[in-house]
Design a protein. Structure first.
Length: 629
């Protein structure tokens, strides 16, 4: 967690017009509690400025009446009246808490970022321990794309008030933006517990559960949200998006029609329509829908989605130059305007630390959990890869087997890694904290039990099935930890032509790998770090990694299926080859592709974008040769 933000007001923070001096006696006594809400005496707070005693003509009752008028004006859309009433209140009580916070809303409505900044600085100075103020500041930084400072203020708000619903909701949004949907679910569960009548929280919980692949639960919360607020087009569109991923296109179209009936001008409706057309492979219709999108009315996230969708549609239509330009814009919006930026220096240094720590000598002495594979303690099958390299196809093939369930993208290993130091009560960061794991296997056993507990809670293992997959992309970085917790776990490393892998990640809103995919060079650099780490782990860990090339699956799915099942010690079952008939629908962006037979047009896709990939070819060339492409 980043340190808390501390913002100081500039000199002359009481600007002209902030206060009015009155000659008649004050309605508030010098030693009365200040009406601004600071819990200080009036003479020590708003009633004293320099050598001048400020007085106010407002009685406490009148103050509340004026505040109520301002709130009603804001709620009815009379923003100018609300602003005038706030200024009137603040002329007598310069730091009245509710009036200042309401004025922040007014200035946000008008898009006056400079005024919002000054007002929030003023609030922080006078109310540094007010949880609502801290959430206001956190949400402001969230909108500015400054996730670190947003998170610092929101976390402080929760330390002051653990029941601060808005802080939980905002932290959930930040976690979801980083791709950590497990943390997002935690905060939304807390928010929903605090107020189960909040339709927005219920809808957000539905969206996160959809990302986690728990479609039935997601539908439950979408229904709750719509029962609380039936006229919410965004909730209907999120539900439609989930039905599209389920493959239930008639229901998706029906939900889209309901959203359009509620708000025909809602700017995201043509975008959702384009996605459904694209799902049905009607790409000209999809492009026609995209032309109807009112782009100036899109928020930043929807703008990014618009350009990603347009890029993929144009790619399918063979308009590769236009497609790349749309994908470039999509990634620029995510990186520049949403603040989702990759730090190449940090990741390079982190990879070096992993390499220095996980040596053969050290790993021979590190405590490991002994094998205990049985019905109560199943061993996961880790399907690792760089994003968009084919792990979803491999999982769909394997989970068609009668003894293997699909675990999908599980965040268990990253969560254990992130909490490893706290679990051992040490200050050292990961991986250095693992040196304190002790002489026995207790730490590794604890991690194993926690992982499997999450598997059981999620209902991943189907009745009568003894094994399951974990296909979180870039789990390769944590092979050292995996080797401690599951030293007996099989590892299938799926690779794809490096240029295709990097291009495909660039074409989708991928947030794994520290946001590397929003920039082609960063994606290539992260790919190189990942492959170097895998090679290091192969040389220093007692692991047997099966490498599978995506292109070999495309050219011979039956042969590669036999090869993978033999590696896993499972009998070949013919239905595995028909993976596109798998009833399980993965939650990765490639869910649509794996619901149809493999097509060879996904191989060597990079040849359409040769000129655009020149900046990364030098970085990837050694790996292209090493992998035999």
């Amino acid at each position: 967690m980043n340190s808390e933000i501390s913002v100081e007001l500039p000199e002359g923070s009481f600007a002209p017009g902030d206060v009015t001096l009155f000659e008649q006696p004050a309605q508030y006594g010098r030693n009365d509690p200040c009406p601004c809400g600071s819990n200080r005496r009036f003479k020590d707070c708003c009633g004293f400025l320099g050598d001048v005693m400020i007085t106010t003509r407002l009685t406490p009752e009148e103050l509340q009446q004026e505040l109520q008028k301002a709130i009603q004006a804001k709620e009815s859309g009379a923003w100018q009246q609300a602003e005038a009433l706030c200024q009137q209140i603040l002329s007598g009580v310069p730091n009245q808490l509710q009036a200042l916070r309401l004025l922040v809303e007014v200035k946000r409505h008008y898009g006056d970022g400079e005024a919002v900044t000054v007002l929030l600085q003023r609030l922080l100075r006078h109310f540094p321990h007010d949880d609502d103020v801290l959430v206001d500041v956190g949400e402001f930084f969230e909108q500015q794309g400054d996730a670190a400072r947003a998170e610092a203020n929101l976390a402080k708000a929760l330390r002051i008030n653990a029941n601060q619903l808005r802080a939980h909701a905002a932290l959930a949004r930040l976690a979801q933006r980083r791709g950590n949907v497990g943390i997002a679910e935690f905060h939304l569960r807390e928010a929903y517990y605090l107020d189960n009548a909040d339709a927005e929280v219920a809808a957000d919980l539905g969206r996160v559960l959809n990302q986690l692949g728990r479609k039935a639960e997601a539908e439950h919360y979408f229904r709750i949200a719509l029962s609380l607020r039936p006229d919410e087009a965004p909730t209907l569109l999120s539900w439609a998006d989930m039905e599209e991923s389920r493959g239930d296109l008639p229901t998706a179209w029906n939900l889209l029609a309901r959203a359009r009936a509620i708000d025909p001008q809602f700017p995201v409706i043509p975008l959702a329509e384009a996605a459904l057309h694209a799902r049905e492979q009607r790409y000209h219709d999809a492009l026609a829908s995209l032309k109807l999108v009112d782009r100036p009315r899109l928020n930043i996230a929807a703008m990014s989605l618009y350009y990603f969708t347009r890029g993929r549609v144009l790619d399918k239509l063979g308009r590769y130059e236009d497609a790349f330009e749309s994908l470039r814009r999509a990634n620029a919006v995510s990186s520049d305007r949403m603040g989702l930026r990759y730090d190449p220096d940090w990741h390079r240094a982190y990879a070096e630390r992993l390499t220095r720590f996980f040596t053969r000598e050290r790993m021979e002495s590190m405590p490991k959990a002994r094998s205990r594979s049985d019905d109560e303690n199943p061993v996961p099958i880790f399907v690792t890869c760089f994003p968009r390299s084919g792990a979803t196809v491999v999982e769909q093939i394997l989970s068609m087997h009668s003894n293997i369930s699909a675990g999908d993208e599980m965040f268990c290993i990253p969560d254990i890694r992130n909490r490893a130091a706290a679990m051992m009560g040490v200050e050292a960061p990961y991986p250095e904290c693992l040196a304190h794991a002790g002489d026995g296997p207790e730490f590794a056993y604890h991690c194993r039990e926690e992982y499997l507990s999450n598997v059981r809670l999620a209902g991943i293992l189907e009745p009568g099935v003894g094994r399951f997959t974990d296909k979180l992309p870039l789990n390769e970085w944590d092979l050292g930890l995996i080797n401690m917790v599951f030293p007996d776990a099989p590892i299938i490393h799926v690779v794809r032509h490096p240029l295709d892998a990097v291009l495909s990640a660039f074409s989708i809103d991928v947030r794994h790998g520290g946001m590397c995919a929003f920039n082609l060079v960063h994606a290539a650099q992260h790919y190189a770090l990942t492959m170097d780490l895998v090679e290091h782990y192969e040389n220093n860990l007692d692991v047997d990694i099966l490498r599978v090339r995506y292109e070999d699956i495309v050219r011979g799915v039956k042969k590669q299926t036999r090869r993978m099942l033999k590696y896993l010690g499972e009998e070949f079952e013919p239905q595995c080859v028909d993976f596109h008939l798998n009833p399980h629908r993965p939650r990765s962006p490639s869910y649509a592709q794996v619901k149809q037979p493999l097509y060879k047009d996904s191989v060597n896709r990079h040849k359409h974008y040769t000129a655009h990939l020149k900046p990364v070819f030098t970085i990837l060339e050694p790996y292209i040769k090493k992998l035999g492409y």
